[in-house]
Design a protein around this ligand. Sequence first.
Ligand code: KIV
Ligand code: NA
Length: 269
Amino acid sequence: MLNTLITRARSGEKIAMLTCYDATFAKLLALAGVDVLLVGDSLGMVIQGGSNTLAVTMQDMIYHTRMVARGAPHTVIMSDMPACSYEHDRETALTNAQTLLAAGAHIVKIEGGGDMVETARYLIENGVPVCAHLGFTPQSVEKLGGYKIQGKTEESARAMLADAQAMAAVGVSMVLFEMVPAALATQITQTIQVPTIGIGAGAGCSGQVLVLQDLLGIYTGPADKAPQDYKAPRFVQNFLQQGGSVQGAVERYVHAVKEGRFPGEQHSY
Ligand code: KIV
Ligand code: NA
């Protein structure tokens, strides 16, 4: 299933990806034509009401992956490896990745380049498909000093290209870019052989992802904050307003991605 998708992406079809955390939405999203369901550790915010992804555990990821797999048994499922489940040693990373595959994931996503290239290599050598998440990496939000666009300087842009090339060389199936200048994500997409997925990374990627609750316009920040104090990031679009129904909103998103109409300039950096 994953290989078919990669082949379609390589032949130029855009990949439409959305986050998903439960069986009801999984079924609906699969029907609406979403190519990949991302069981994202963004569930720490949108499901658990926290202010970042750092408290999400392997148990949480296993549970939500199982629920999504139950709802969409014929759709590609990508699961995030949560903070502290893969960064420290590769044996732990492999055991945890295999646990997510056993729960129903087809591919796991890890954040970061650099040292994570060797971790990705080890997972792939042992039969675990990997997506590398570069650019803004939410598990490092504290180190990065907040939600900031990455790759703006020449040096950081070069480093991101090098990370993407290194990840491609060890055989990752996809590279995801979050909050990266559109020009840089486009350039890297044209340089590496691996499909790229963007979120706040412009229209030049091989596919797009959004958080489902952002697409529906129903996420208003952490549970303990007033909704009026929350401002959605620039790359978010509410598809429910015009979609008319949840199903319609998701279908509109899928078509907009496939036809290259989303994201627009106003969503990009
Ligand atoms: O956890 C998540 O939802 C993600 C996407 C925002 C890429 O990693
Ligand atoms: Na994530």
